[in-house]
Ligand binder design. Structure first.
Ligand code: PEP
Length: 257
């Protein structure tokens, strides 16, 4: 059985004070059984607040902090970049790589993404590799082919011992921040196709245990239905992770599979 994960991507939101309040509110309202070795939670704040959040959650088992990106370079004269090595030295567990907002606004290519994946893994950080099609591709019924190509380009070059450390987030671009969620049938179809391809390349055992998240307007109301899909192992949550009550409801929506 795969490990479940709910990851809250705060994107470029919150001030220092708001970040403080939000994480305090989440911690205060966590209940026994919300987190376990099979059901983990990660907060993915903006870089400047990583240390703040880490210090608050570090004694809570199965609660982690992630980064929203990392540099494709090791270290050196790359002004503005944040290296995977720096993130690891703070205690970061996960790193989002290939979010559609970075592919769009920072023109990130598949080559760059594969370099970021390597950087994260070389520093013992688990990449949350994002893939997602736009509406045009979905309407042309080319979505599965498109997503699998993104995975072959950005991730499937990894050997077995590295692929098992990664997580995939399927995030249809037309659903991100739009309030338009994929139906559970659409999510399940894509997640099953992704799992099948992992099994084909790396064997059925790795396929079965692989964590595949859904992201795209997942909220307190629709989370339970999406997470009930057999191949959906949790969510990458944007907007709804900025509201502690909603985020907690989403955490509690994970079925005790
Ligand atoms: C995201 O950006 O990863 C995301 C899923 O955003 P939202 O939940 O706001 O659609």
């Amino acid at each position: 059985m795969s490990i479940k994960l709910i990851a809250g991507n705060w994107k470029m939101n919150t001030s220092l004070e708001e970040a403080n309040q939000l994480i305090d509110e989440i911690i205060k309202n966590l209940e026994d059984g919300d987190l376990s070795a099979e059901k983990k939670v990660a907060i993915i704040p903006p870089f400047p607040f990583i240390d703040l959040v880490l210090n608050k959650i570090k004694t809570i088992p199965n609660f982690y902090v992630g980064a929203q990106d990392c540099s494709p370079f090791d270290n050196g004269a790359y002004t503005g970049d944040v290296s995977a090595k720096m993130l690891k030295s703070l205690g970061v567990e996960y790193c989002i790589i290939g979010h559609s907002e970075r592919r769009l606004h920072h023109q990130e290519t598949n080559l760059t993404l594969s370099e970021k994946v390597e950087q994260a893994l070389n520093n013992d950080i688990r990449p949350i590799f994002c893939c997602g099609e736009n509406l045009e591709i979905r309407e042309a019924n080319q979505h599965i082919e498109f997503i699998l190509k993104q995975l072959y380009d950005g991730l499937f070059f990894l050997p077995k011992e590295k692929i098992v450390k990664t997580i995939i987030a399927y995030e249809p671009i037309w659903a991100i921040g739009t309030g338009k969620t994929a139906t559970s049938q659409q999510a399940q179809e894509m997640h099953a196709a992704i799992r099948n391809e992992i099994s084909k390349n790396y064997g059925a055992e790795i396929g079965t245990y692989f964590t595949i998240l859904y992201g795209g307007s997942c909220n307190a109301k629709n989370a339970a239905e999406l997470f009930a899909c057999p191949d959906v192992d949790g969510g990458l949550i944007g907007g709804a992770s900025l509201n502690a009550a909603d985020f907690l409801k989403i955490i509690k929506s994970l079925p005790k599979k």
